[in-house]
Design a protein around this ligand. Structure first.
Ligand code: AMP
Ligand code: ZN
Length: 114
């Protein structure tokens, strides 16, 4: 099994509440949701963080945000508003070292984050 948690979810070795799977991107619900909708969108291929995806493959980065937009609509939070977050590195609060974008919505989200 992969040592990377999200690679293991992508491989099906660890279960995930998967909502979308394309050739290159997948999305699953966060196990510890911080809002009524809290979904993680990831590249299936391992990248350490979202900036690494953007620099290596801009079209893959675009696909991640395309999937996020579709899920926002599917969750009914495209019109009410939502938040896309890419925590990056230690001071960015990233805890899982596989690129992911959080889609959060369904309640008013404060700003700035803590
Ligand atoms: P980050 O802090 O930006 O790296 O976000 C990592 C996210 O992964 C957190 O919101 C966790 O709740 C979530 N997470 C950790 N383990 C799992 C899991 N097995 N399935 C789904 N989400 C997870
Ligand atoms: Zn990985």
């Amino acid at each position: 099994m992969s040592e990377c948690l999200f690679c293991a979810i992508a491989a099906g070795d660890i279960p995930g509440d998967v909502l979308v799977r394309t050739d290159r991107v997948m999305a699953f619900r966060d196990i510890d949701p911080k809002a009524p909708t809290h979904i993680l969108i990831i590249p299936i291929e391992h990248y350490d963080d979202v900036p690494s995806v953007a620099l290596a493959d801009a079209s893959l980065a675009g696909e991640i945000f395309e999937v996020a937009a579709g899920l926002a609509a599917a969750e009914g939070i495209d019109q009410t508003g939502h938040r896309l977050v890419a925590n990056t590195g230690q001071q960015g609060g990233q805890t899982v070292g596989h690129a992911h974008v959080h889609l959060l919505g369904g309640r008013s989200l404060g700003w700035p984050p803590g």
